[in-house]
Design a binder for this molecule. Structure first.
Ligand SMILES: [Zn+2]
Ligand SMILES: [Zn+2]
Length: 220
């Protein structure tokens, strides 16, 4: 589903999958390919939007929980794209990928990154994204923010009327509160989470932050 000029949204397709975002252009980027079992359907959806997987150059992730990165390697194989993780994701790889998989009794996602992203920025399509460290749900959460188009791809930090859980290894409620406070200062028209619905329109996004601050954060 096309959201803006070159930004596309693919909703999660089932349990242990996540929302996927694609930014078309040069370089073309996919953020969070999700679960391997749903990859064929994701590829079909890309084709329907006239996106050739081979035109995607970089695979990036909001964090390395298995529901976001399990299909990294399979997507790399079929598209030729390179996996570029954030330095913080490399630093906490063992804690996040291995320990969280153990909690769920699942095999850890297996992939090898080709490179690391810059610490604080990413060119995608013809837009510039600021990379904002947002720990709390996980040690390695990174949000992708485009100021020009007022887009925030926020992974599992915030959802529509909820937040990411903080009870997995590396989770921390105080850190999550700080991350959400920081993100709530941004100008956002498109709030694009890792699960459930997206939130669009500055008023609705603001209302969503207010709702979370007033009703959710105090119980964490
Ligand atoms: Zn997660
Ligand atoms: Zn998730």
């Amino acid at each position: 589903m096309k959201l803006t000029n070159n930004l596309y949204f693919y909703p999660e397709q089932g349990i242990f999958d996540c929302n996927t975002y694609v930014i078309k252009g040069n370089p073309g980027i996919i953020i969070d390919p999700g679960a391997t079992m749903f990859l064929p359907a994701l590829i079909d959806s890309l084709h329907k939007d006239n996106i050739d997987p081979e035109g995607i150059d970089i695979i990036a992730n909001t964090h390395l929980h298995g529901d976001h990165c399990a299909a990294n390697e399979a997507f790399k194989q079929l598209s030729g794209a390179k996996i570029a993780i954030h330095p913080i994701q490399k630093k906490f790889y063992n804690q996040v990928v291995l320990e969280v998989a153990r909690v769920f009794g699942l095999p850890p996602a297996e992939f090898k990154e080709d490179s690391c992203l810059d610490n604080d920025r990413l060119s995608a399509g013809d837009a510039e994204f600021e990379l904002i460290l947002s720990p709390g749900h996980s040690l390695d959460c990174v949000c992708f923010y485009c100021h020009e188009e007022k887009i925030l791809i926020c992974g599992d930090v915030i959802f529509e009327e909820n937040t990411g859980r903080v009870d997995l290894p590396g989770g921390n409620a105080d850190e999550l509160k700080k991350s959400i406070e920081k993100l709530s200062q941004l100008e956002i028209e498109y709030l694009l989470p890792g699960h459930m619905d997206i939130v669009t329109g500055a008023e609705k996004v603001k209302h969503n932050f207010d709702f979370i601050k007033g009703n959710i954060l105090k119980w964490l």
